[in-house]
Design a protein around this ligand. Structure first.
Ligand code: F6R
Length: 242
């Protein structure tokens, strides 16, 4: 992997945004893989800013979120559908009909994973997948122990992840217990992985993902099997790299 160590998340966001801008300029129907959470926000903000100044036709850009909470209606402000609308679709001016999140509600929910896989395949796959990493090494909601070959499916959230994400809800009780997430095998098929990590509480997971053994114990370690990975981290998150 190419590892870029920067001062802070603003600088990282600017670099990531320039990679994405270059991609969209070269390929107008680029398929973006979209992470949620705090990590990609500076990237989305920087990309929105540069898109406002660039004279680009964005009507063909497509996007697929990594994951969604199970049982949270799409119109709930903390559904990833809402988060992606607010942080990505609206500020960048993308076509909302071309940006997708896995379905977390509705009938035959056990089919939602396959439906999403089919949509990604029909779109021709993901060009650039933006990734954050959990303090326990998860990527998307593939918690430690997830199969390295896993596909989009329903998963239970760990107690750690639920408490990490409680800040987005009124109380821990309201944090969903399950999610639907792209699998590690799904993520591995994106053509370019762009992993971002900031802050001291990511340093252990980041070092394990980048330098440790490839193992389901640290789902982020699958990036070592991928031929095209860019890692952009601040100095705190990089602290345990050797
Ligand atoms: C988000 C996701 C998660 C986050 C990770 C880090 O779609 O799938 O893997 O990237 O939990 O979260 P933040 O960025 O909030 O520290």
């Amino acid at each position: 992997a190419e590892i870029i160590i920067v001062r802070d998340n603003i600088e990282a966001g600017n670099i990531a945004a320039s990679i994405l801008l270059k991609q969209i300029t070269a390929v107008p129907d680029t398929v973006l893989g979209l992470a949620t959470g705090s990590t990609p926000l500076s990237t989305y903000a920087a990309l929105s800013r540069s898109l406002r100044h660039a004279d680009l036709d964005l009507s063909c850009v497509r996007g697929f979120a990594l994951d969604e909470y199970l049982g949270v209606p799409p119109q709930h402000p903390e559904s990833y559908r809402s988060v992606i609308s607010r942080e990505v679709v609206e500020p960048m001016g993308l076509d909302p009909n071309r940006v997708f999140t896995p379905r977390g509600t509705g009938s035959n929910i056990e089919e939602a994973g396959n439906e999403y896989e089919e949509m990604i395949t029909a779109a021709g796959g993901i060009d650039v997948q933006i990734l954050g990493i959990g303090s326990n090494g998860h990527i998307a909601f593939n918690e430690p122990g997830s199969s390295l070959a896993s596909r989009t499916r329903i998963k239970a959230l760990t107690a750690q992840t639920r408490s990490d994400n409680a800040r987005f809800f009124d109380s821990l009780d309201e944090v969903p217990t399950h999610c639907i997430t792209q699998g590690l095998g799904t993520i591995q098929e994106a053509r370019h992985l762009l992993l971002l990590a900031f802050g001291a509480n990511k340093s252990r997971a980041l070092a394990a993902a980048v330098e440790g053994p490839v193992s389901a114990t640290i789902p982020g370690s699958i990036i070592q099997l991928h031929p095209h990975v860019t890692v952009i981290v601040d100095e705190e998150a990089a602290a345990e790299l050797t």
